[in-house]
Design a protein around this ligand. Structure first.
Ligand code: ZN
Length: 423
């Protein structure tokens, strides 16, 4: 964590703006720019928490902010404590508190034991640039609040970042959702993360979600989610090129001499378009490169030197092979379309399910053409398993879609994510 002060900008500033707003200290724009309004908010926060009110976010201030970013406190039980008075003191919900401490019995709290107390507010923010660091912190927060979640690592990126997976449910019907194959399409990561949070919350509180009973889905299905397939690419788009990146010079060359990756970069850290790197008509994808002026690594559409040449692609393939997925959804953002087939290999039911997904989301159902129709994840899945696999192109407009589209995209896809787990 770097020290933050007035005049600085970045995704880390934005994350804290969002938190201070959620906590009622800040009313300005969530724009990632540390201005005077944010400085006043930080000073007020510091006063409230007994810190030196200098308006600078150093180690001591960050230590307290981080607790709120994670979404829970660690509390040591005292004599006379009860779950309900702890919940009241933290403005949190009793069932959420109990879910975070499944080993404790409410009428026999062991004095001196440290427990997890979830704050009343949610963890996953949907109004900010969603970086890998934020994803990691949110996963720590969600795991502490909802220890029933299985969270693991399916592999790593070129730069060694974890490809996290989250499993919801314990039923025999396995499905797999993934997001952010394409770096500019990072809004699909908070889409899946918010789904995980809302599903877990509804499950804990015994509430319905999108008209479904989450406990029924939990028992029927196992929903595996990899929210960020391409964390290195997302970092390039949102945080820019770090001078310590071992591919620093190559990346600038592959980006046609530009150090700005924020509006064009879809690929991984080696300039390979991961959704053109799967072993499904890969050679056709390769042969089509010339038509699109692709001569090697670059921002988009380079299929790589060989199928599955990239660690991210290989990890997703292995993850798929190690499970028995009945259906997969690969999330992208380009024009509210659902693609359902690959070279006529999809089973007849895939079209019927696709029609329902289209009806739920309001998106159209189509068959992809041109270079986009080869070597993608859903293509490979359909080819290998002859089961329903979909590319869902959420949202409208030029990538990267503004985060202001989040609520619309979430509303269009909540029903899709639930239905796809049950069909
Ligand atoms: Zn895409």
């Amino acid at each position: 964590m770097r020290i933050l002060r007035i005049g600085m900008s970045g995704t880390d500033v934005m994350e804290i703006q969002s938190l201070l707003k959620k906590m009622g200290y800040y009313t300005g724009a969530i724009d990632g720019i540390f201005g005077s309004q944010m400085q006043s908010a930080v000073i007020n926060f510091q006063r409230e928490f007994g810190l030196v009110p200098d308006g600078v976010i150093g180690a001591n201030t960050y230590r307290i902010l981080e607790r709120y970013l994670l979404g829970y406190d660690l509390y040591t039980l005292h004599k006379g404590d009860t779950f309900s008075n702890i919940a009241k003191r933290y403005y949190t919900n009793l069932p959420l508190l109990m879910a975070a401490n499944p080993d404790l019995s409410a009428n026999n709290l062991p004095i001196g034991k440290q427990i997890v107390v979830p704050y009343g507010m949610d963890v996953v923010d949907t109004n900010i640039s969603y970086t890998y660091d934020i994803l990691e912190r949110d996963l720590l927060g969600l795991k502490a609040r909802y220890p029933f979640l299985e969270i693991g690592v399916a592999g790593s990126s070129v730069l060694g970042k974890n490809l996290y997976y989250i499993k919801l449910g314990s039923g025999p019907n396995q499905v797999f959702y993934n997001g952010s194959h394409h770096a500019l399409e990072w809004i699909t990561s908070p889409l899946l993360m918010k789904f995980i949070e809302n599903f877990s919350k509804a499950y804990t509180l015994g509430q319905n979600i999108g008209g479904y009973n989450p406990r029924q889905i939990w028992n029927q299905s196992s929903i595996y989610i990899i929210p960020m397939v391409n964390p290195d690419g997302v970092d390039l788009v949102l945080n820019g090129l770090n001078p310590t990146n071992p591919y620093y010079k190559d990346l600038i060359r592959w980006n046609k001499g530009s150090t700005d990756f924020s509006t064009d970069w879809q690929a991984n850290n080696r300039g390979v378009d991961l959704n053109h790197n799967y072993n499904a008509a890969w050679q056709q994808s390769k042969d089509a490169e010339a038509t699109y002026g692709i001569t090697g690594p670059g921002p988009t559409r380079y299929s790589g030197p060989a199928p599955e040449s990239e660690p991210e692609t290989k990890a997703i393939v292995n993850f798929t092979r190690n499970h028995n997925f009945r259906l997969v959804l690969a999330y992208h953002t380009q024009g509210q379309v659902i693609y359902w087939d690959f070279m006529n290999m999809a089973p007849p039911e895939a079209k019927i399910i696709g029609e329902t997904l289209a009806r739920i989301s309001g998106y159209s159902l189509d068959v992809s053409t041109g270079i986009a129709s080869y070597a993608g994840y859903k293509d490979w899945f359909i080819q290998e398993y002859r089961r329903p696999g979909y590319t869902i192109e959420a949202g409208l407009g030029k990538n990267p879609l503004p985060i202001s589209q989040f609520d619309t995209i979430y509303a269009q896809n909540l029903g899709v994510l639930l239905y796809a787990a049950t069909v």
